[in-house]
Design a protein around this ligand. Sequence first.
Ligand code: SF4
Length: 287
Amino acid sequence: MTNLKIIKAKRAGFCFGVKRAVELAFKSAKKSKGVYTLGPLIHNPQVIEKLSSEGVHPTENIDDKNINTLIIRTHGIPLQLHEMLKKKSFTIIDATCPFVKKAQQYAKLLSSEGYQVIIFGDEKHPEVIGLISYSGDDTIVLNSNSNIIKLKKKRVGVIVQTTQPANLFREFISKLVKDVKELKVFNTICNSTALRLNETKNIAQKVDLMIVAGGKNSANTTQLATFCRLSVPTYHVETAEEIQNDWFKQVSTVGITAGASTPEWIINEIEERIRYIGGNGDNGYPR
Ligand code: SF4
């Protein structure tokens, strides 16, 4: 099994928003003690562990007296909660992704202009829960499986959860347009997820095996693995240690991709391990 060819996705790993949030967290840890994140910063156990070893811990309890600095995650939080946090004595570091912030501003704008706001997305997702707080009491959350219910106002404004697939959003808008007199749409989709998925699908069609790196609890990593499995045998791993030599028997080309919450060091370790296996037969990996 020498000369194993590796194709690594250029967009593997942290998206802009996650990179920014993780950097802010590590920087805060250097500056002060008592740094907490409001819920786990990202869905990657290894990064959470690393943050924890530097003194950044997740918490759900905003009354915890140990908090000196509280970091808000990329998904953002509801406006009311933000107001509550401002009254506390600790420092707030807002790591809400700027793309999510933009969606929050559009939600507020639509509501202030008298539109009934529809959010296209998952009503249980923290980002959507945050958006609702900006868009008024008559906001409704719909997804591609929802029937368009009777709307209260003739003027309807739409925003979309940043990670929703663009094709489903387009279909939704074309259905909705038939039922409303006036429609204002802000396309707040962040294309980072779609670009990563497209690149991954392309690679999966060219290789014998795909390795997808990222937290087992990460929805976008799991989605990447699901799409890869449609084309090729695929393993979803969190670390290089999980990779087994047997997987590469009769494999000449392997693809590597990773979710938006997977750090570069894990992707590099995985690549290194595959290169080792590819260059050394089945002799194992130095542990
Ligand atoms: S996927 Fe897009 S919107 Fe979400 S955190 Fe990353 S850059 Fe921001």
